[in-house]
Design a protein around this ligand. Sequence first.
Ligand code: BGC
Length: 496
Amino acid sequence: MSVAATTSPAVGTLYVSRFPTSRGMPRVTMALRSNVVSVGSILTKLQKDCATPFPVIRHVADSMTADMRAGLAVDGGSNLKMILSYVDSLPSGNEKGLFYALDLGGTNFRALRVQLGGKEDRVVATEFEQLSIPQELMFGTSEELFDFIASTLAGFAEKESEKFHLPHGRQREIGFTFSFPVKQTSIDSGILMKWTKGFAVSGTAGRDVVACLNEAMERQGVDMRVSALVNDTVGTLAGARYWDDDVLVAVILGTGTNACYVERTDCIPKLQGPKSSSGRTIINTEWGAFSDGIPLTVFDRDMDAASINPGEQIFEKTISGMYLGEIARRALVTMAEEGSLFGMAVPNKLSTPFALRTPDICAMQQDNSDDLQAVGSILHDVAGVESSLSERRIVLEVCDAIVRRGGRLAGAGIVGILQKMEQDSKGTIFNKRTVVAMDGGLYEHYPQYRSYLQDAVTELLGSETSKNIVIEHSKDGSGIGAALLAATNSKYDHDF
Ligand code: BGC
């Protein structure tokens, strides 16, 4: 699809919108246009600035590998924190009993319980409750956030049905999925390094998040114990591995993004003290902080500058669900301001940060109709925009450029991890079936993103090798995975 350049109006004029307001009166907007540029040239520049041809994705994959090594050598050795998860053994399938999981990660908070029945019966029963996290809690105090978690857990635990059995005299155990950068100090403790994904809760950074939860559970009268603290990637890896022994990497592509993988302990120079008996451990890369060689546009730079963590999480800001819609919105606002896309006035709604969400651009990209009717109504509903067919086409091109870059960079990141593993253990990754377990709403719901990701993996690995790499959605892996890790790390005798 190509878009012809449009001409712009004169500079410094009082514009009267050609679209009526809901009351039928013309909307009047003062818009002083200093830089008169055509929509076509803004689009061309956007496409050029965020292009990811082969040399770019090759560079990103290689830099990812190099940064992983630097982060494994010494703490602070690279942007990638390469956090030791203290998960040295993955679920075997023999786990039995009742376990809980809590999942605090992005948009939602989830509490879950599972009755595990061992090799034969596997997952006997599950129940869960999911709530969206109230906006004000994302900017409140640590006590408020953890009290919310503990009180939701208390309410959920009260509804435990007779399908679940806890042996007499035992405390209920929890796998706590906490999806932010945490420096683990053991399997059941870890210090929050910083918030990501728009969270700015005061008083948690620098504290042990399990202690925060324990204090809140005490305040709320909940008698449970956290036996495993895990990142969502680690939970996903454990959950997927429960069903498939070939799973070695897990990636989250949702509100935020991250990846973890199974590493050999002799490849971790910074690992001091006793090594795990399995000779393996899971490393949480925190790849959202990666930044080397990422093609950025002016819209990315502006969004980053306006964020609560400028200069940080650059990979996350170019590939994850929290940001793709916002980058597109910023591009469209510039096109409206400087090139009169959508007419003479810049629609107010479109000027609101984060008004256009990633699910909106995803829904627009699924519109195959001739007149792009769904694109038109989404633009109208979320951005207050009346659009012509050619304007809708431009919007789709903007979305596609951003989503294509996101998917391809994510694919390059995955190849970076796989090639690091392959270099250290020749032939054990690329010459056999290796599974990358994927989770997160962006990956699950965005077909174009998924196929751009797969394209980049195939381009980088070649069609033969990439047949061995299975990139697979692992629905709800992280919840059950955390409960499984609570079982593996239970303080009670394992009868498995
Ligand atoms: C966090 C990670 C998390 C990822 C996906 C990132 O913002 O730093 O810890 O795994 O989001 O939820």
